[in-house]
Design a binder for this molecule. Sequence first.
Ligand SMILES: [Zn+2]
Length: 476
Amino acid sequence: MVKAIWFLILLGVFAWGAAVIAGTESSVTLEWLGYRVDTSIGVLVALTLVAAAVLTILYRVWTWFRTAPRRFRRWRQDGRRRRGYKALTQGMVAVAAGDAVEARRQARKAEKLLAEPPLTMLLSAQAAQLSGDDEAAGEFFEAMSEQKETRYLGLRGQLNQAMQDGDEEGALELAEQVADLEPKRDTVAETLFDLQVKKRHWSDAEETVRKSVKNKTIDGDVGRRRRAVLMYEQSIDAEAEGKLDDALQLARKANNLAPRFVPAAVRTARLLNGAGKRRKAASIIEESWVANPHPQLAQAMEELNPGGGAQEKLRVVERLANYNKDHAESHLAVAKVALEAGQWQVAREHLEAVAADQPTARVCRYLAELEEAENNDGDAARNWLRRAAVAEPDSAWVCDNCGNVTASWTPVCGRCGHFDSFEWTSPPRVTTYDGDEFHHGETIIEPAADADAETPPEGNAEAAGEDSASPEARPT
Ligand SMILES: [Zn+2]
């Protein structure tokens, strides 16, 4: 609106100026190279304006033609880039969809159109991988690892390939490079750690854990526990090499880092005892018993007094149990040595303390032993053994990843390869019922095994009747 008003004002002023000039009785005479022009001021002004307008237009046209080739080139380049990006996107979609042929086609197209290797190499590598051409993929990854922008992706690709090929040495080397490049990426540190553990490079793995804690890619508690396990393993290696002082020092560190980690406490006590520090060894076991009572600790305590008879053992274990009086493991540890020492009354007291509602298999077995030994009561003993078969199984080291069960703790699960996955717990028991019988893990027992119940399970009266003559419990 304001512009329009200004335009009208200017137009008015211009018209007025033209009228004034046209109305003036003035003339201009131009003489140049023998030519003479007589005209009025108005015509001269009008001619000048027209000449200026024509020159401006000519200049514009000339400029347009002059820059045309450059604009044409840019237009073509833009078109190529647009098509290149489109090919890149479509290639990525093809990779995601698992279409190897299309992925390779688009990769080649993007390569040609974009001429920007950092952008297209990853797609080319993925496309090659997808079509099973690992060699070509490896070459792309290698080329990527040589460029600054794509170094991480290139090394990562090479690392994955090495792991797929089972080349642990190569993978470890690459993982170290990747971890140096991107120390704060948790997946990188985790891969490096797994490889170091696999190769049993315990101290390198410990260094990786330290860095991971520093970079906050793993929690401090997880870090302490892992370091404890790694130091425990280093202690075993040191002992094997005859470096007993180092072995003891490492075991103690492991025990301090993870006081609930039973193998470290047992190892520390054993090494201390070997170094003639029996009293110190006993106190390590006692401290550990307060934190986490475990049969292996009681066993280690017994071993600190090798010459003592059964009564002496009972006294030692009773003293240990006092550090965590009400714990079931305390009762069981005393019951075990009391049975060995023929102290029936002591054994019975401790077993009854833990047999109240759901006695575990171990309690049932000890009670069977007690009935047999103290009262010579074969029926009662058999009854307890039968109950042992259906009771909660004895605790063992169970892998929390794959359920693998082992008698002795190991740092890496032999079945699934997980690190520090063993927990001391009751193994899960698969109970199946095939219409005739319940199958509890390895033991086959009849439905109503712990009582002389007559009612067979619903719908199987006939089958159960046929089976009634068979023994009530039979281990396979
Ligand atoms: Zn496992």
